[in-house]
Design a protein around this ligand. Structure first.
Ligand code: 3H9
Length: 716
């Protein structure tokens, strides 16, 4: 085809745009529209308008018999432009663009080479013919953003793949491979071609030669019409339980039902009405905030300014739960790993801990024995630190004790090559002190993994005062390789997450002593959207962990601070939670769900009497107001002290490490959504009882006084 620039038919649709969002060029009887809207060809205003012009141009030109739509770059189309949500809508709307594509009298063909997601797939479903390269991915992931496909996807997908399969695709939010999409009926052909343009043109020419005419999806019948009603009933019942208060999943099913029961136009109208409801929902705002926040966290000054050091061989000190989990995360990312333990027995246990992870995968059929062997061939084990001589980065995951950590760092300082990154996985110890103990403090950084380290996405990258920028850049690059969500944190006790946890956990203990039961608190927290409550969490993690932290902090605790002894009483009984068969709950052998325990309530009563507290009633709302106010207030302190760069960093930590419900966007976004004046008023109200604990954060006060919100600090 002609590659002259600019194309004679270039459609520079937005005067402000240096590069047109759609390139139009004629290739014989085919008008080719190439979408060029980096980074993901999202369907912003310029692209929508450009597509309409392409249709108009094809219609107006008698020499054009078909329009071919392709995407530039890695993505076909990443969907509607999420940044436009919540702003005034600019015509043409995406539904209108899709309708015009479908109604076109000239053939419209799409050639998909990469992700075709959301509105991107909806464009494809409205086209008359669809060809995909084998690497293409096709999905309707709107549910992950609190939405439903709003440009005809809920009406067209059921007509192509059946109502049940379409509903399942939309509810899962997952993308199908090209082959799976072909099998499902979503596309017409898959080719192993190097470029979509060539394959699309060849397909267009073949269709024209065969006399193909526009094939409109809206005219098709839903193939599983007879069984769709009962299938959707079942899906709805399932979804009501699984989606736990999420708004859009049930609306998706309603739309698909409309596709089955109503004429196409009426179905579209139903979809539009429900889409707008979703668009206006706080859940959509929370989920979109989470989407952008997860991408923003990697944008930190050091990682953007400095070049990462190369990382191929890594070392892990310690083969316990954390060390083995970290080793697995590194192996899964294709790195070579050396594990060092203090003696043969510990080393054998460490290796077994790693192997067990892969044994489970083999047992589940997720990998075969050969794959396991191949991965493990990259793991070497030693009881000598000398084995780290060639490592590019070493993470220590030994016992949380400063003297032990310093001894490890002394060994690393001795054996590691110049330029190796020396990392600690400590959850709360002072990394500046560790860095000061070695001859190369610029190479020392914190990599705070969360357990299980091979599963949990969060990685706090803790930045001590002396570390060099390229070490931070290396940590962020490592996180990218490990497919983690990295968040930059400053040094303090607990960094971002554990520091905030300590405070809202304390608020839960105060609620407990003041009259709420642990079971009511857990229920209220779950009803808010957490998977489990704080007392269940303590039972799961082991009550002894929190006990050890409380003992460690005892010496530095403000003697005026209120202290609730109830958890200590349970620990003194040896009730550490699931692993001991009882904690806040009692557990029948082998059961992970616990039952409420009257003896625990007895201990709670006794401690209330000892503390001279007259228990009072709390509604679930009262509970959550205190729980969240404590979390938000400490989050604000963490931002004020630059432990977190921005409120969104706090949000991502709480979403990915602590189970904060994603549809609420994180505690800081949630606080913005309820209004900071209300949060501050709550804190001031609670402070009347306990001014030491409920001390409003200076940042929160400042924002309220200025009429500003946390979001205003996210894009300084
Ligand atoms: C929809 O379509 C609604 C319709 O049904 C109805 C409408 C009426 N918009 O993820 P990456 C940005 S809802 C704007 O790192 P990757 C992203 O923020 C939409 N921006 O790349 C980042 O920006 P920055 C349904 C977007 O290669 C940059 O692109 N679609 C959009 O790892 C790179 O992103 C979806 O939900 C967007 N739609 O993955 C798909 N998408 O560089 C959402 C991305 O400034 N997107 N950005 O940080 C994705 O899943 C992935 O981005 C994708 C590429 C797979 C496309």
């Amino acid at each position: 085809m002609s590659t002259n620039h600019p194309f004679p038919g270039d459609s520079s649709v937005s005067p402000s745009q240096a590069t047109p969002a759609i390139h139009l060029a004629r290739e014989g009887a085919v008008l080719v529209a190439r979408i060029n809207n980096p980074p993901v060809n999202a369907l912003g205003f310029a692209v929508r308008e450009g597509l309409l012009r392409a249709i108009d141009q094809a219609a107006a030109d008698d020499a054009v018999r078909a329009l071919l739509i392709v995407g530039e770059g890695n993505t076909f189309i990443g969907g509607a432009d999420i940044r436009e949500f919540g702003k005034p809508a600019l015509a043409p709307s995406l539904p209108e663009v899709c309708d015009r594509i479908e109604a076109s009298d000239k053939l419209v063909i799409v050639a998909i080479h990469g992700p075709a997601l959301g509105g991107g797939l909806e464009i494809a479903l409205a086209a008359h013919f669809r060809i995909a390269m084998s690497a293409a991915k096709l999905g309707l992931p709107e549910v992950s953003l609190g939405l439903l496909p709003g440009a005809g996807g809920t009406q067209r997908a059921p007509r192509l793949m059946g109502a049940k399969a379409a509903a399942e695709l939309m509810l899962s939010g997952q993308a199908l491979s090209a082959q799976a999409a072909l099998a499902a009926g979503l596309i017409d052909r898959v080719v192993d071609a190097p470029n979509a343009l060539g394959a699309g043109l060849a397909y267009a020419k073949e269709l024209l030669a065969g006399g193909a005419v526009p094939r409109r999806t809206c005219l098709l019948a839903v193939s599983d019409f007879a069984t769709a009603g009962s299938d959707l009933d079942k899906l709805a019942a399932d979804t009501a339980v699984k989606s736990r208060g999420l708004f859009s999943p049930l609306k998706i099913i309603e739309c698909v039902r409309a596709a089955v029961e109503l004429p196409f136009e009426k179905g579209l109208a139903r979809e539009r009405a429900l889409f707008l409801e979703c668009l206006g929902s706080p859940q959509r705002r929370g989920l979109v905030h989470a989407f952008f926040a997860e991408r923003a966290v990697a944008k930190v000054p050091e990682a953007m300014a400095a070049k990462p050091r190369p990382i191929a061989r890594v070392g892990v000190v310690g083969g316990g739960t954390m060390g083995a989990g970290i080793a697995v995360a590194m192996l899964d990312a294709g790195l070579s790993v050396t594990m060092v333990e203090r003696d043969d027995t510990s080393l054998a246990r460490g290796r077994t801990n790693v192997e067990k992870v892969y044994d489970v995968l083999v047992a589940k059929g997720r990998i075969d024995a050969d794959q396991k062997m191949r991965v493990l061939s990259r793991l070497s084990c030693s009881i000598s630190y000398e084995a780290f001589a060639n490592a590019d980065l070493v993470v220590e995951a030994v016992f949380e004790d400063m003297a032990v950590k310093k001894a490890v760092f002394a060994e690393l300082d001795r054996v590691c090559k110049r330029g190796a990154v020396l990392a600690t996985n400590t959850s709360y110890l002072d990394i500046d002190e560790m860095a000061a103990s070695v001859s190369r403090p610029r190479d020392v950084v914190g990599l705070h993994f969360f357990s299980p380290a091979n599963i949990m996405k969060l990685l706090e990258i803790v930045v001590p005062a002396k570390v060099s920028a390229d070490v931070i850049a290396t940590a962020f690059e490592l996180a990218r390789k490990l497919k983690k969500v990295p968040v930059r944190a400053g040094v303090c006790d607990g960094f971002i997450g554990n520091r905030i946890l300590a405070v809202y956990r304390q608020a839960a203990d105060y609620l407990l002593e003041d009259g709420a039961s642990p079971y009511q608190i857990d229920r209220a927290v779950r009803a808010f959207g957490y998977p489990i409550g704080p007392f269940q969490m303590s039972d799961l993690a082991g009550g002894d962990i929190g006990w050890a932290t409380r003992k460690r902090r005892a010496a530095t605790r403000d003697p005026r601070a209120r202290y609730v002894h109830i958890a200590d009483r349970l620990c003194e009984n040896g009730w550490f939670g699931q692993k001991t068969g009882r904690g806040w709950y009692v557990y029948a052998a082998g059961e992970r769900a616990g039952a409420e325990d009257p003896q625990v309530l007895g201990i709670v009563d006794e401690e209330r009497r000892k503390a001279g507290v007259a228990p009072r009633e709390f509604s679930d709302e009262d509970i959550m107001r205190r729980y969240l106010a404590a979390m938000v207030n400490e989050g604000a302190n963490v931002v004020q002290e630059r432990i977190a760069l921005r409120p969104l960093d706090v949000d991502v930590v709480m979403l990915h490490g602590y189970g904060f419900p994603r549809h609420r966007g994180g505690p800081m976004q949630y606080a913005d959504s309820v209004g900071l004046p209300r949060v501050l008023a709550d804190i001031r109200e609670f402070a009347k009882e306990d001014p030491l604990f409920w001390k409003p954060s200076a940042l929160l006060v400042d924002l309220v006084e200025r009429g500003a919100d946390f979001a205003s600090l996210n894009n300084p």
